[in-house]
Design a protein around this ligand. Structure first.
Ligand code: GDD
Ligand code: MG
Length: 356
């Protein structure tokens, strides 16, 4: 049985000032009138092979997450609450323990809550292609054709056709998480590399085997955190003291870079992790941009503006004679940034934190 495990924690800082700690990216209606989390759940809702989803998120977002699911009529298997953010390796580990307790044979389809997938049919096919490899014990990741030497992604070099999997499954020869710029340039020039999409399919017990081998400290504290878990209303709370001592690390560094049992399924699925304002502009400009490439939200006046995104949340915003800008107005902050420099938005948040 395959259970979707939706990672709904973390706070996207690159979409400040819309995305905040209290209301992070995955809970915002960024690309449609539904939140990213709602979109992620709805795109799976018709797949016959899937069991109900298991969600993991931070304690502070539990009511929002539960309410967003109720609003679209999805009943989750459970909502696992993390007392602290420990990144994705622990999050996936506690989810694995949860599933194994219900189903010794459970496989998990790990999905970030904040990605856009344009071609759901192609994504569904990629997952189906991955099933037999996962069933025979591989840790399957879905690869994306790189569109540039981005340094915020994992890079996967595919090797031979995977012995365990069927068509379209390749052994992972090398997995490098977040390389530096020069290395990323070498990788994109080599057609055998994909970006790691951050979506995975594997059996719950196989993930825990690999985690125990490469990160015994994470494995041990997550086991204890789960053993001490208890239900509170509609939520499953982990044991706080055990989880507190768990090292924080992503699944990519902790497991995917180290395992010898990784398989990649390259997938052209219209994927984006909406990692910046310009990425969001690109997605929306294609869907709903005007003839000059502008994307507007809210009460906006505009004259002689091209290829820009203007979002007014509270107040009236007027923009004249500019190109390639992102303007985001919220109740307590206004951002004006050139589309080429949206990567620096994260810095604003870091600086604000330092000075507060
Ligand atoms: N529940 C939970 N708890 N979820 C979390 C936590 C946590 O502590 N930390 C992060 N997440 C969620 C985020 O909301 C996001 O949806 C997903 O896990 C991945 O975390 P990111 O922090 O966004 O990772 P990244 O973008 O730096 O890198 C990952 O994704 C890239 C593709 O978008 C890696 O898997 C890369 O290899 C990959 O290329
Ligand atoms: Mg990300």
């Amino acid at each position: 049985n395959i259970y979707p495990v939706i990672l709904a924690g973390g706070s996207g800082t690159r979409l400040w000032p819309l995305s905040r700690e209290a209301l992070p990216k995955q809970l915002l209606p960024l690309c449609s009138d539904r939140s990213m989390l709602q979109e992620a759940l709805l795109r799976l809702s018709e797949w016959p092979e899937l069991m109900p989803p298991l969600l993991t998120c931070g304690d502070e977002h539990r009511f929002l997450v539960a309410e967003q699911m109720r609003a679209i009529g999805i009943v989750p298997l459970d909502i696992l609450l993390e007392p602290q953010s420990k990144n994705t390796a622990p999050s996936v580990a506690v989810a694995a323990h949860y599933l194994l307790q219900k189903d010794k044979d459970a496989a998990m389809l790990v999905l970030p809550a904040d990605h856009v997938i344009g071609d759901v049919e192609a994504f569904h096919m990629a997952v189906q292609r991955a099933i037999s490899a996962a069933e025979s014990g591989a840790l399957v990741t879905f690869g994306i054709v790189p569109s540039g030497p981005e340094t915020g992604y994992g890079y996967i070099r595919r090797g031979k056709a995977a012995s365990q999997g069927g068509e379209g499954c390749y052994a992972v020869e090398k997995f490098v998480e977040k390389p530096d710029r020069a290395t990323a340039e070498v990788f994109v020039a080599d057609k055998a590399y994909s970006w790691n999409s951050g979506m995975f399919l594997f059996k719950a017990d196989r993930y825990l085997d690999e985690l125990r081998e490469f990160r015994p400290a994470i494995a041990e504290s997550c086991k204890k955190a789960f053993d001490g878990a208890y239900h509170d209303l509609d939520f499953c709370r982990l044991d706080e003291a055990s989880f507190a001592v768990c090292p924080a690390e992503s699944i990519d560094y902790a497991v995917m870079e180290n395992t010898r049992h990784a398989v990649v399924v390259p997938a052209e699925i219209g994927w984006s992790d909406v990692g910046s304002w310009s990425a969001l502009w690109e997605i929306l400009a294609e869907k709903e941009g005007d003839s000059e490439g502008n994307v507007l939200r809210g009460d906006v006046y505009m004259d002689d503006v091209q290829n820009s995104m203007i979002r007014a949340e509270n107040r009236f915003v007027a923009v004249i004679g500019v190109q390639d800008l992102v303007v985001v107005e919220t109740k307590d902050a206004v951002l004006v940034v050139h589309k080429d420099q949206v990567q620096s938005v994260k810095k604003i948040v870091d600086d604000l934190k330092k000075n507060s």
